[in-house]
Write a protein that binds this ligand. Structure first.
Ligand SMILES: CC(C)(COP(=O)(O)OP(=O)(O)OC[C@H]1O[C@@H](n2cnc3c(N)ncnc32)[C@H](O)[C@@H]1OP(=O)(O)O)[C@@H](O)C(=O)NCCC(=O)NCCS
Length: 186
């Protein structure tokens, strides 16, 4: 398990699939995520699950609370490039009523600590739809990420195009944040 202060990230288990299937069909949740999909069947989730074990360059985890072990979301490090030492990161909390309680921040901090202090990566990439203010607040506002560019009119949602905000964080940004915030010692 990859532990933060409030959450742990662990491998996906077969018992998680009904919940992941429900989230995979949650339109409100997906409206905030960069990817997109057609409504997905339980069978397609099972096939996705079967492919996870052989996919070392794409690590996908579930987020659970450390105190009650409740399944609350997913996080990943994908497209891991060992030569150039970077990877792409994304996350989401499934239940809307759990947002705004620090679980997102703890997840990103745990992912960064694992990526930089354990895997030896140098930077992480992410992307955010321009209207996702919570995500900009989380990554750029609280977790040391920087906006590194914008791809204009990249996402088509709600009947119009929106920009794709490219964000990134380096090992150096993370170290400075940990030092300034005292996150792991507080
Ligand atoms: C985005 C998301 C991961 C944030 O996680 P969270 O647990 O709600 O966020 P936290 O409680 O850890 O908040 C951390 C910081 O994010 C920012 N933030 C969180 N919610 C916010 C909101 N609704 N509006 C603006 N900023 C917000 C704040 O800066 C906050 O710090 P503060 O509490 O000190 O002000 C969560 O809302 C989510 O899963 N949303 C749906 C899926 C999604 O958007 N995933 C990311 C795709 S890029």
């Amino acid at each position: 398990m990859i532990a933060g202060k409030k959450v742990g990230l662990r491998a996906v288990e077969a018992d998680d699939l009904p919940t992941l299937h429900r989230w995979a069909n949650d339109a409100e949740l997906w409206s905030n995520l960069g990817g997109w999909r057609f409504p997905s069947s339980f069978d397609s989730i099972q096939r996705w699950f079967a492919g996870l074990k052989d996919n070392a360059l794409n690590q996908r985890w579930v987020i659970e609370t450390l105190d009650t072990h409740a399944l609350i979301g997913t996080a990943n490090l994908v497209d891991i490039d060992w030569k150039n030492r970077h990877a792409f990161h994304g996350m989401m909390l499934g239940p809307a009523d759990l947002r705004g309680q620090g679980y997102g921040r703890d997840t990103v901090m745990a992912v960064m600590r694992y990526a930089f202090d354990e895997l030896g990566l140098e930077r992480l990439d992410g992307d955010i739809i321009e209207y996702n203010e919570a995500s900009v607040g989380l990554y750029v506002g609280r977790c040391g990420w920087k906006e590194e560019g914008r791809q204009r009119r990249w996402h088509y949602r709600r009947g119009r195009f929106w920009d794709r905000i490219l964000v990134g964080v380096t090992r150096e940004d993370y170290s400075a944040l940990v030092q300034a915030s005292g996150y792991w010692s507080a």
